[in-house]
Write a protein that binds this ligand. Structure first.
Ligand code: F0G
Length: 368
């Protein structure tokens, strides 16, 4: 008996893992929630901030580059930060169904959180332009998936209209609770670094996330949790860059389907972020995105989806402008597993196939 007790105590003493409760509980005082809010969570948030030696060295000048690996959230993207808030508030307001338009990640996240909150989830997606992993998730989480012969912008027009006429809550980033949840990533970055970074590099689609980060950085700055604000660097794919060119793109195209958006709803907010942070928006080609995507995988063991690699591709494009001794964070918004087709078609791996199952043939292939 006493022996068992001793072992138990020593286990307790050696316990290093603490259960993370999810971001609403962790950052309650910074969020528009009350005791009445039912917390619908998958324990999202608390994602790692990882130092990236290869990119830091390529830039030089004693610059330190980190990635905020938000693809490690429960459904594999940053959307979970916003969705825990949007779905919890929808539940608080007795909503029974939610709807969104999506290039894939929002639909996966909305479906998972809606089901956890015992609600119906309707998701509209552009036919043929949603990566396999994301579609698989929406289906497995039991969403009602509606695929349209039109792009994301058209899908968003439709769901916005439906949500004004029917009892379904819109959970795209026009829903203010989404941005409230997503701002917590800025809090985590400041807590990890002990201050805000000098630059924050981020891909932009509908431009909700860049707006959310800026809100988070400003709030912590105001409360003296950091003594500086970052410059916000927003990147878009060159075939899909309405914020860079400041005009609607009617037929957006890019390999990074997550950010294949021609008419971002958060345009005004994003332009304000650029102005207030002395930031910059830049277009990068699909080739530059894929180069960064491969570099993160091959050199760092980090697998993100192509849209996320846009943050690193953009930084590398601006490397001459990076101030010496600066600290930079690139946001990796989604997990590489989301888009297996892109991975299979864009790698430099050595892949021997159809070998005879013999030691001899395997060793021969290994060229040892
Ligand atoms: N990165 C990924 C992986 C995304 O899925 C998105 C947006 C973005 C970046 C851009 O974020 O829209 O806040 O500027 N995906 C949405 C979706 C549009 O439907 O999943 P944003």
């Amino acid at each position: 008996m006493s022996f068992i007790k001793t072992i138990k105590n020593s286990f307790k003493k050696n316990t290093v893992h603490k259960t993370w409760p999810g971001l609403i509980e962790a950052y309650m005082q910074w969020l528009p929630v009350s005791e009445k809010t039912p917390i619908i969570t998958l324990q999202e948030g608390a994602t790692p901030l990882i130092y990236i030696r290869s990119v830091s060295e390529e830039i030089g000048k004693n610059v330190k580059v980190y990635v905020k690996y938000d693809g490690l959230n429960p459904t594999g993207s940053f959307k979970d930060r916003g969705m825990t808030m949007a779905i919890s508030k929808a539940k608080e307001n007795n909503c029974e169904a939610v709807i969104c338009a999506s290039t894939g990640n929002t639909s996966a996240s909305a479906a998972a959180y809606a089901k956890r909150g015992n609600m119906r989830a309707f998701v509209l997606i552009p036919e043929g332009y949603v990566a396999q992993g994301k579609l698989a998730q929406a289906l497995v989480y039991g969403a009602e998936v509606i695929s349209i012969n039109g792009n994301f912008d058209k899908a968003l027009d439709i769901v916005r209209e439906i949500s004004t006429q029917y009892p379904v809550t819109l959970v795209n980033s026009v829903n203010p609770f989404r941005l409230e949840g997503q701002k917590t990533s800025a809090f985590e970055i400041i807590e990890s670094l002990g201050n805000a970074p000098d630059w924050l590099c981020i891909p932009m689609g509908n431009a909700g996330n860049i707006s959310a980060y800026w809100m988070g950085f400003q709030e912590y700055f105001k409360h003296k949790r950091s003594d500086k604000l970052p410059r916000m660097l927003g990147f878009q794919a060159s075939g899909s860059a309405p914020l860079v060119h400041e005009k609607i793109i009617h037929e957006p195209q890019t390999i990074a389907t997550a950010i294949r958006i021609g008419n971002p709803v958060n345009r005004e907010k994003a332009l304000k972020v650029k102005k207030e942070s002395n930031g910059k928006f830049l277009a990068i080609t699909d080739e530059e995105i894929i180069r960064a995507y491969k570099l993160l995988g091959e050199k760092e063991g980090i697998f993100c989806e192509p849209a996320s690699a846009a943050s690193v591709a953009g930084l590398l494009k601006l490397k001459r402008e990076v101030p010496k001794d600066s600290t930079i964070v690139c946001v990796l918004t989604g997990n590489g597993l989301k888009d297996p087709d892109c991975a299979i078609n864009n790698n430099d791996a050595i892949f021997h196939t159809n070998l005879d199952p013999t030691i001899n043939d395997v060793v021969k292939a290994m060229k040892l």
